[in-house]
Design a protein around this ligand. Structure first.
Ligand SMILES: [Zn+2]
Length: 285
């Protein structure tokens, strides 16, 4: 959501072994990582993130699925939230990824280590996870791995295809590629029921044209626009986003139950994304 500019706290000579294991410090990280109580959203769906970063937990009946892992330093808070809900991190079987920036996938290596879960990623995201750094075609790549890196995920990554349906227990989770913010950006959808009432959930990836200096969105504008249209085409009763403030997620989840469902939320999110893209393209001319 915000420009991802890290300020590393360097207390010793740079050491390639040191970098991947030490939580990065960044201007926004302390604010993002403030604890937030877990929320039972609806049916099998829970929100176990930190104040500025979403982590979604879905109970398939045959183990948990997490979507995203927030920052490396968020992991103890995610673990505590799962425990408050009577769940254990060791029951996590799958971890889906939105996009490979440190604020969403930084915690995944540790979460995988604690759970043995398989990580689900688009091929571009999988490449970034392996490197512990955004791919070279990432709009924010020019910030560099030294400042924009995250703990590498080198094993247990399953590459998913666009529109692939992942089944676990009673859960069917669908991957939708929504490139723009990154090349590998992925949106996830699933259906959650309480008795006879079912809601279609959309965990829509970031769709904003944020980049390091010098990047041009014009060459990828058509794919970016198509991603916004794809988002509008999804069945969408409840919108969740990697940065909760991009969709007033926490306000909706913690207000009375009537605020949760917003049939227009995905369309509004896509429309805002197109407006920002248009403004960005105009500024590139
Ligand atoms: Zn990002």
């Amino acid at each position: 959501m915000l420009a991802h500019v890290l300020v590393l706290v360097v207390t010793q000579a740079p050491n390639p072994l040191w970098l991947p294991d030490t939580p990065n410090a960044c201007e926004s990280c302390a604010g993002w990582n403030r604890p937030h109580p877990p929320v039972h959203v609806f049916g099998n769906t829970y929100w176990v993130g930190v104040e500025g970063l979403s982590v979604v937990a879905i109970d398939s009946g045959a183990g948990l699925v997490l979507l995203d892992g927030a920052l490396p330093q968020s992991v103890p808070l995610v673990e505590a939230s799962l425990q408050q809900l009577g769940r254990e991190v060791k029951h996590v079987k799958l971890i889906g990824t939105s996009h490979a920036h440190y604020d969403h996938v930084g915690g995944i290596a540790k979460l995988q280590q604690l759970s043995g879960a398989t990580v689900l990623a688009s091929s571009s995201t999988a490449e970034a996870l392996k490197a512990g750094c955004p791919t070279r075609d990432d709009p924010q790549a020019a910030y560099g791995c030294e400042t924009n890196g995250f703990p590498r995920v080198t094993r247990g990554v399953r590459v998913v295809r666009d529109r692939e349906v992942i089944k676990l227990g009673a859960l069917s989770l669908t991957a939708h590629f929504t490139p723009g913010h990154t090349v590998g950006a992925t949106t996830w959808t699933w259906r959650s029921c309480e008795g006879s009432r079912c809601l279609d959930f959309v965990y829509a990836d970031s769709l904003n044209p944020v980049s390091a200096d010098g990047f041009k969105f014009a060459p990828i504008a058509a794919a970016f626009r198509a991603a916004t249209e794809r988002l509008e085409s999804l069945r969408c009763d409840v919108l969740l986003t990697p940065h909760p403030d991009a969709s007033e997620t926490l306000a909706r989840l913690t207000a009375d139950a009537g605020a949760l469902v917003d049939g227009q939320a995905c369309r509004a999110y896509a429309k805002r994304a197109r407006q920002r893209l248009d403004a960005r393209l105009a500024s590139e001319k």
